[in-house]
Design a protein around this ligand. Structure first.
Ligand code: FES
Length: 575
């Protein structure tokens, strides 16, 4: 029987309720022994391994091997590894978008960690939404946890050029649309973009979230950028298993690691690596689970004082596997040292300062620049505010064309994704390269759950004439692998009647990145008239998860989490 002064450990945790605790433990052990475990193994601390492999998730196809290595580490350190399945979110296999299911996966992770008898967990994830979902769930469950990342895919050579998902996916698709390459060539490219296990090869959302997990202190040092197929990835898995046993015996909980200060460190790293716009939504949601608010105005302050140090696609030239050889996120953290809160705890038990105290033996300065010679002087992301986005919008300035930063343009409006698909390439579309393309009704409550549709295609006629970029504005998200002068996450969104819903063809919009403004230049009386005539675009879904989602999802500035999942007692933050 468990000592009443110490909380139960291992299999004795969280007993199934039969009204007789001793009976419950006896029955649990008996059923566990039916799986062939010895009594000695069942007496060990239990490490749960949250497995997000799925036949619908190409990025996670190496997880069986990775999880074997985690188990090896757990057993070597004296624990009992127990793998359990969770929801898996394969980015391109989900309709209407994986974003709709991130919160579902976070609920699954939280509840299965809490409900099942584990002293610590290893969270094995990688594809875009899986790492945020696991960190959100683990933060809410607050059981000690280590994040083990899938690691990035390797690029492949095709006709003398290195290709990697998915910045090159978009570049070649744009060339195909512009008629620069033909159907046979695009088919060949299709077969060479994603050729190994692992997450997208550039600094997209998955790589950004991996880097953030390491910067937060939730993943082991040096593990974010290890390629999926590198033997070091297996060694990282073994080490993560070992560390989880250490955490089971001397708990460091997610709430000890994910704090206002470590979240600020993560924001700094996100900016310094030219990270994905999606990461700000996910980090805001993770912060909400520990009761911290990330105001977009603070993002701007950090962005102005954090240079981009990493030269990776989509903003630069290289791939995530190059970052690993160049020194990884450890090299970035060492450069940022003077800007970081070094007293933050990590899952190793060390502080961030201790973890980066020793210099790295080698850093490739082509890929990780020193603070004295940054890739770009200011951070990659900025928040914009104004009459079109009173609660904010995001622009990835590091992936945008500075020539378009201070402009006024005529709005060419698409009312929905269907409208966009039907008309963007139409010969009748009245559009020039100086216009601003506006997409409405693609936000969190639009019925399509904020897809990565903010990278509106350049109308084919303009693309063929050589237009490479235009100002594009929406309440959608954008893949972290995309680029262009693209204003995203406009909040409040059109589907709840935000000002974006009131934009009409021919309206003037002013963008000023310098002033952090995005304004709709229409007088108040006209806007009031349009507002009075506005109707919500979609009826609420009748049942199931879609109903839960629609009833509870928050706007982008609150991380698109569900209102009831944020830390109860409110979310605090700098005022
Ligand atoms: Fe999984 Fe890009 S599709 S990370």
């Amino acid at each position: 029987m468990a000592d009443e002064r110490t909380p139960p450990r291992g299999l004795a945790r969280g007993l199934t309720n039969y009204g007789d605790a001793d009976f419950s433990l006896y029955l649990r052990r008996s059923f566990a022994r039916s799986m062939g475990y010895s009594r000695e193994m069942l007496a060990r601390p239990v490490v749960g391994i949250a497995d997000s492999a799925s036949g619908f998730n190409n990025c996670h196809r190496h997880f069986p091997e990775l999880i074997d290595a985690v188990k090896r580490g757990v057993i070597a350190a004296g624990g009992l590894p127990v793998q359990f399945p969770t929801v898996s979110l394969g980015e391109v296999f989900l309709h209407p978008t994986s974003m709709m299911f991130r919160n579902l996966m976070s609920i699954d992770v939280e509840e299965m960690i809490r409900a099942q008898p584990m002293d610590a967990a290893v969270l094995v994830g990688g594809c875009d939404k899986t790492v945020p979902a696991q960190l959100m769930g683990a933060a809410s469950a607050d059981v000690p946890a280590v994040q083990l990342l899938a690691g990035p895919m390797m690029p492949t050579r095709w006709q003398g050029e290195r290709l990697g998902a998915c910045t090159d996916c978009r570049r070649f698709w744009a060339m195909y649309r512009a008629g620069t390459i033909d159907a046979r060539q695009i088919e060949e490219v299709e077969g060479n973009l994603a050729t190994t296990a692992g997450t997208c090869a550039v600094m997209g959302t998955a790589s950004t979230m991996a880097s953030i997990a390491e910067a937060l202190g939730m993943a082991l040092p040096g593990t974010a950028a290890i390629p999926a197929v590198h033997a070091d990835r297996l060694r990282a898995a073994e080490a993560s298993g070992r560390q989880a046993v250490a955490l089971a015996l001397a708990p460091v909980r997610p709430s000890d690691v994910i704090t206002e200060r470590s979240l600020e460190n993560a924001l700094r790293v996100m900016l310094a690596i030219g990270g994905s716009t999606n990461a700000i939504v996910h980090l805001t949601a993770i912060a909400g689970r520990v009761g911290v608010r990330i105001p977009l105005a603070r993002l701007n302050e950090l962005s102005d004082s954090t240079p981009v140090l990493v030269d990776l696609k989509p903003t630069g030239q290289h791939y995530m596997s190059d970052l690993y050889s160049a020194g990884g996120i450890g090299a970035v953290l060492r450069e940022l040292k003077d800007l970081l809160h070094l007293d933050c705890r990590t899952v190793t038990g060390e502080t961030l300062g201790e973890r980066i105290a020793a210099p790295l033996a080698y850093v490739d300065r082509e890929i990780v620049r020193p603070m004295s010679d940054p890739f770009q002087k200011q951070g990659g992301l900025v928040a914009l505010f104004g009459s079109l986005a009173p609660q904010g919008a995001i622009l990835k300035r590091s992936a945008a064309d500075p020539k378009l930063f201070e402009r006024e343009g005529r709005a060419v409006v698409f009312e929905s994704l269907e409208d966009l698909a039907a008309r963007v390439d139409s010969a009748e579309l009245d559009v020039t390269a100086d216009d601003f393309l506006v997409l409405q009704n693609a936000g969190p409550r639009s019925g399509v759950a904020m897809p990565e549709a903010g990278y509106l295609p350049i109308p084919a006629r303009l693309a063929r004439a050589g237009a490479k970029d235009m100002v594009r504005i929406s309440d959608a998200r954008m893949s972290g692998t995309a680029y262009g002068t693209i204003v995203l996450h406009v909040t409040p969104e059109a589907a709840i009647g935000g000002p974006l819903a009131l934009v009409r063809n021919g309206d003037r919009i002013r963008l000023s990145v310098r002033d952090r403004r995005i304004d709709l230049l229409v007088d108040d009386r006209e806007l009031a008239k349009r507002r009075a005539a506005w109707q919500p675009p979609v009826p609420p879904p009748a049942r199931g998860y879609a109903r839960l989602y629609m009833d509870h999802v928050l706007q982008a500035d609150e991380g698109c989490d569900f209102d009831f999942l944020r830390k109860s007692g409110g979310v605090r933050g700098p005022e």
